[in-house]
Design a protein around this ligand. Structure first.
Ligand SMILES: [Zn+2]
Length: 272
């Protein structure tokens, strides 16, 4: 944590003091866990679609080139965070999320084999117990990420989410893995900082009660959804930086989320 905090401070300093005397070197490789936001980007079927419009793209009367766009999107589009307010009245909104929950050591629970065999797979206590048996107790404050392998199916909506259709009726056609509510309760007991995965929702596609959302929201735990590139992370040792737009009162917001994997982790025992 201290090392990453220092690195972030250097990045900020470099941004302010232009030009930097030397390139800032991050202590480790940086993995982008964010899918691009673009026309057609996946959102919940009942949401309004993402729209980006060019306001200007060309030469001006002043003799300089100028580009600017406007965009409009539902909060829960693409790679995004669910704030506790999303499923718990009075829960924290996006702007009130503690940054310590969003910048924290990460661990990855790989359930990709089970999810490949069952596209509605429910990640359960067995998966969490198996991770702990191999790697030790899940630490309080950690960001727990579930790698279902479905991130590799993006942006094919049919294969990723079960349907490419939009509208409220399409919600019943969703199929993808998610977290069993008993697993959510277990994570809340462990007092984790945040939970995330590479599917559209922490509750699996067929869910109608969104019980894992409710359990985590009541516990004040934010959820990171539609994450990319989880296959590039070790089971433990990475640090995740998941910074949402500071949307005042938002129930969720788009994320730019990255992970930093220190060289010592890459050079050490294969953590998977
Ligand atoms: Zn969401």
């Amino acid at each position: 944590m201290i090392r990453v905090t220092r690195v972030l401070a250097l990045v900020l300093a470099a941004a302010v003091l232009a030009p930097p005397a030397a390139a800032v070197e991050l202590d480790g490789r940086v993995v982008d866990l964010t899918h691009p936001f673009e026309a057609g980007v996946l959102t919940w079927p009942s949401n309004r679609p993402f729209v980006l419009e060019k306001d200007h793209d060309g030469m001006t009367a002043g003799g300089y080139y100028y580009a600017a766009n406007s965009f409009c999107m539902a909060e829960h589009t693409g790679t995004h965070v669910d704030a506790p307010l999303h499923f718990h009245r009075g829960g924290a909104a996006v702007d009130a999320l503690a940054l310590e929950r969003l910048i924290a050591p990460a661990l990855v629970v790989d359930v990709s084999a089970a999810a490949a065999a069952d596209r509605d797979y429910l990640i359960g206590l067995d998966d969490l117990g198996a991770w702990e048996a191999r790697h030790g107790r899940v630490p309080a404050g950690a960001i727990v990420l579930f790698r279902t392998g479905f991130g590799g199916r993006w942006p094919d909506k049919e294969r990723y989410a079960g349907t490419a259709e939009t509208g409220a009726a399409a919600v019943a056609k969703l199929h993808f893995p998610g977290l069993d509510p008993r697993g959510a309760a277990w994570l809340a007991e462990r007092a984790v900082g945040a939970v995330g995965l590479d599917t559209p929702s922490i509750d699996h596609g067929p869910s109608t009660d969104f019980a894992s959302h409710v359990v985590l929201a009541r516990a004040g735990i934010p959820v990171l959804e539609n994450l990319a590139n989880l296959d590039q992370l070790p089971a433990r040792g990475a640090t995740v930086v998941a910074l949402p737009m500071k949307l005042k009162g938002g129930s969720g917001a788009p994320l730019r989320v990255v992970a930093i994997v220190p060289p010592a982790v890459d050079e050490g025992e294969p953590a998977r």
